[in-house]
Design a protein around this ligand. Structure first.
Ligand SMILES: [Zn+2]
Length: 395
């Protein structure tokens, strides 16, 4: 049991496995070896789907009488980028000036290393646990996220598992440990608009119908007016046009087709359905506008397709979970964390369908960058926060 209570040792073991998504490369084996001596029973299901890589995942539970707490995260990491640009090799776990370098140091092998250490210390001090803890760890968070947390939760539920609360160990602090906890996430939705016109000679526009005029009309209707001004818990909903494509090499040809793709990050003013309806509505209205198409009688001929999987917006309301973690952070760091819903999506979007979920981990400043690194002091502090949280949660 000894080594598992040291987060620095735990993290070094995890970083030295080059588990670039979706490769396992020993990272789950190392984690299993930490958890088994702590009394966890470990399972490692592999999930498959056409056109995606097979992904190995880990579910480990230590059972007891009382509530069931989930700790969720991922052992896969993003690629290292230009390896020569790293000051120390990305899988060496080198320590310099009280910082450990390595891909995954903060996102998020560090969070896992600390939670394992916290559980180990709790068990060592108290000799047991008034409840159950499960590790829900995937190797598919930085990739397509198809064979990861979503399927792992379905798989566990099918075996009869259920949880009372969850903590995700993603790096949530922008500058210093204690800055920020995430209690929800915005939703995300993407779509592509294809406008069909009539190809022709630029000198004879009355014989053609330039789809770019139509596309610009439609796109403007999505950019203005704003969808909302934000809510108590969320930033304003924001839509960005991510690409406009025509692919027309000729200067004297009016093209036949023009395409635009957008992504919208939305708050709890909307649901997927109401937002999709609003977008359809705006496009339909705009399609009849004549400003850019004064001589055209027919409305803009367009088709809208929704892309990818929708991420639903969510907000956690569990005061006990939020309060217990907030107190643990404040007692350890002296700072009361801001409760935020900012940033991109995370696997919490899958967990929220099973139990209340909050996110708190390391400082994210260097995540996905060259020279990703974590302060050794932060590893110890986060371990103490988690240990205190575990003690209070099961008290
Ligand atoms: Zn992450």
């Amino acid at each position: 049991m000894k080594s598992s209570i040291d987060p620095v040792q735990n993290l070094a073991e995890l970083i030295t496995c080059p588990s670039i998504t979706p490769a396992e490369e020993g990272a789950l084996t190392v984690l299993e070896a930490m958890l088994t001596p702590l009394g966890f029973s470990v399972e490692r299901p592999t999930f498959r789907e056409d056109d995606t890589p097979d992904v190995e995942n880990l579910y480990a539970r230590r059972s007891g009488n009382g509530p069931h707490l989930m700790f969720a995260g991922h052992t896969d990491v993003v690629p290292v980028g230009d390896e020569a640009a790293w000051t120390y090799p990305p899988f060496s776990a080198s320590i310099h000036n009280d910082e450990m370098y390595g891909r995954g140091a903060v996102d998020m092998k560090g969070g896992i290393a600390c939670f394992v250490a916290a559980v180990g210390r709790h068990l060592e001090k108290r000799g047991g646990l008034n409840g159950s803890i499960s590790f829900v760890i995937t190797g598919d968070e930085e990739g397509p996220s198809i064979n990861g947390t979503r399927k792992l939760l379905e798989w566990a539920k099918a075996k009869g598992e259920s949880w009372d609360a969850a903590v995700v160990g993603e790096p949530t602090n922008p500058e210093k440990l204690g800055d920020m906890m995430k209690i929800g996430r915005r939703g995300s939705l993407s779509g592509t608009i294809v406008v069909s016109g009539v190809q022709g000679h630029v000198a004879y526009p009355h014989l053609a119908d330039n789809p770019i005029r139509g596309l610009v009309t439609l796109v403007e209707s999505l950019l203005y007016p704003a969808f909302d001004t934000g809510t108590k818990d969320f930033q304003a909903t924001n839509l960005e046009i991510t690409t406009i494509d025509v692919g027309n090499p000729a200067v004297n040809v009016i093209p036949a087709k023009a395409t635009a793709t957008f992504n919208i990050r939305f708050n709890d003013t909307w649901t997927d359905e109401t937002l999709m309806a609003e977008i359809h509505n705006r496009l339909d209205k705009a399609s009849g506008r004549r400003k850019l198409r004064p001589n055209k009688k027919a409305p803009v001929n367009y088709e809208l397709t929704w892309r990818d999987r929708v991420s639903h917006v969510f907000l956690t309301h569990d005061e006990k979970l939020i309060g217990t973690l907030t107190s643990a952070v404040e007692a350890t760091t002296g700072k009361r964390p801001q409760l935020s819903t900012s940033g991109g999506t995370s696997d919490a979007r899958f967990i929220k369908d099973y139990c209340p979920v909050v996110e708190f981990g390391l400082v994210g400043k260097t995540m996905h960058m060259v020279d990703e690194r974590v302060a050794i002091a932060d590893l110890e502090t986060l371990t103490q926060i988690y240990e205190r949280f575990i003690a209070d949660f099961f008290a």
